[in-house]
Design a protein around this ligand. Structure first.
Ligand SMILES: Cc1ncc(COP(=O)(O)O)c(C=O)c1O
Length: 360
């Protein structure tokens, strides 16, 4: 079976060494030595100031809102994984959707200003499939209207824009280290925070809001990463360059074969991507369903990602309609891409897509 992705695992021996150390120390959670080591190594590798590891990418978003005191309304994109929006709602913040640009698949920065009201406190854009948002324009708008910016950078691990990590943009960027991601800790996530004071606050918030034995200054949650998860991250960080270069080869081959046959995401200039996803945009949903069926019959399972568009969710009030996002979400398919994917299987995928497309 070929799925859209396959978890990357280090050798058992490599992971076992870390597990032995954890058993020896009997320190399994609560900001242990492996979590600290991974935070330091990640900050250095990514070129960011503070990194706070957490239990998952959804918790990272929730902690980001709490750290910055976001309330009332936040502008966000309807073309994302549901957690971008649901994390707002579970923190009593109402999402106001601004439609996407149908080429970049990111929030259309030109449309953000028109959606700002006196109750807007934040902008929550997503670097969709790792493609950097129009960060300069978003910064300009945020400064003008005194808004906080939280980038959902779940897909943007190790993406560089204009020579530096994309994670340096915004008041906070959040990452997901779920097993399906390029870099993972089984379950996990992180906040990237430039401001040291805010980073300190986030550390209290992930530990129930506790500062020390006598002081609980904030309303927090439990969002701590444990030592076993951090150990997985330490194993993988060593191998990340190799993981990325294997993905790049697959990415470039898909691109060479499919560019012009199907529509591809337009990547921002001056970007070094991480090759996490390979989305293709088809002419209509009917064609998508036929291609998906043909692939499924060969035991190949691409994923409709992101679908459905979040502005169609039943629990969104007031009702909103983002036509570009609805249109793209109906006809976008993410193709299998992971280091172990064999060239022959990739060729098979391309052949099925091309064959079906030409017949339709
Ligand atoms: C854009 C985006 N945001 C947030 C999340 C949530 O991350 P997690 O699954 O680690 O909670 C995901 C997960 O896939 C995602 O794709």
């Amino acid at each position: 079976m070929i799925n859209v992705t396959k978890v990357y695992l280090p050798s058992k021996e490599k992971y076992q060494k870390y597990i032995d150390e954890i058993f020896e120390s009997a320190w399994v959670t609560n900001y242990g030595p492996k979590v600290r080591e991974l935070e330091e190594k990640l900050a250095e590798y990514l070129g960011v100031r503070n990194i706070v590891l957490v239990s998952n990418g959804t918790a990272a978003l929730e902690i980001a809102y709490r750290t910055l005191g976001i309330k009332d309304y936040a502008i966000t994109t309807p073309f994302s994984f549901v957690a971008t929006t649901s994390s707002l709602l579970t923190n009593s913040i109402k999402p106001i959707f601004v439609d996407i640009n149908s080429d970049t698949l990111n929030i259309d920065a030109e449309k953000i200003e028109g959606a700002i009201t006196s109750d807007t406190t934040a902008i929550v854009p997503v670097h969709v499939f790792g493609n950097p948002c129009n960060v300069d324009k978003i910064l300009e708008i945020a400064n003008k209207h005194n808004l906080k910016v939280i980038y959902d950078a779940a897909h943007a691990f190790d993406v560089r824009y204009k020579g530096k990590s994309i994670l340096n943009y915004g008041d906070i960027s959040t990452l997901s280290f779920h097993a399906t991601k390029l870099f993972h800790t089984i379950e996990g996530g992180a906040l990237v925070i430039n401001d040291d004071k805010l980073a300190k606050k986030a550390r209290y918030l992930i530990n129930f809001g506790i500062e020390n034995e006598e002081s609980i200054p904030y309303l927090g949650i439990n969002a701590k990463m444990n030592e076993f998860e951090a150990a997985m991250g330490l194993c993988l960080l060593d191998e990340i360059k190799n993981i990325k270069s294997k993905r790049k080869i697959l990415n470039d081959y898909y691109k060479k074969e499919l560019d012009g046959v199907v529509k591809l995401q337009k990547i921002n200039e001056d970007t070094n991507m991480n090759y996490s996803y390979f989305p293709i945009i088809l002419k209509n949903e009917n064609i998508l369903l036929k291609i998906k069926k043909a692939l499924n019959e060969e035991n190949i399972f691409p994923r409709r990602y992101f679908y459905p568009s979040l502005d169609t969710l039943k629990y969104i009030r007031p009702k909103q309609k983002c036509l570009n996002s609805r249109d793209i979400s109906r006809r976008i398919l993410c193709l299998p891409i992971y280091p172990e994917l064999r060239k022959n299987d990739q060729k098979r995928i391309i052949k099925i897509i091309k064959g079906k497309y030409e017949k339709l």
